[in-house]
Design a protein. Structure first.
Length: 141
């Protein structure tokens, strides 16, 4: 209904009331024939660019970028606190010998129980303890 009102208003403004044929010509948009393939080419090119960009170009959505940022921040925290943990462990050489005897999956618990990661937030404590244990064991080889 709003389209008809718009057409009637346009017809009144142009002074072509009662001439249906003229109203249709005024409202109908006409494009040159060569425009249609060009528009479809632009649409197709845009779709191809989007597919290539997300598949191989490294484009990511906002949600994925947030996940990547959070993972990078966590990795930075682990890397920052691991040397502090190793320094605390070096102050207790008898504990390091016991750490080496622990199984791989129990080493992070050993580091936490030893108190070497007490200064780390609970959220990151397990990851820092695991990295610390790995660093200590690698240093012993």
């Amino acid at each position: 209904m709003p389209e008809r009102l718009l057409a009637r208003d346009l017809a009144l403004l142009l002074g072509v009331v009662g001439k249906q044929d003229t109203i249709t010509k005024v409202i109908k948009m006409s494009l040159p024939e060569a425009t249609k393939p060009a528009l479809w080419g632009a649409v197709g090119g845009a779709v191809v660019a989007i597919v290539i960009g997300f598949a191989w170009g490294g484009w990511v959505t906002g949600g994925q970028a947030s996940k990547m940022q959070a993972a990078g921040a966590e990795s930075a925290i682990v890397q920052a606190f691991t040397p502090l943990c190793v320094v605390k462990a070096e102050q207790e050489p008898e504990q390091i010998a016991l750490l080496k005897e622990e199984r791989r999956y129990q080493r992070d618990n050993f580091v936490v129980d030893a108190g070497w990661v007490d200064n780390v937030s609970e959220k990151y404590r397990s990851d820092v303890a695991d990295a610390c244990a790995d660093t200590i064991i690698e240093g012993m080889k």
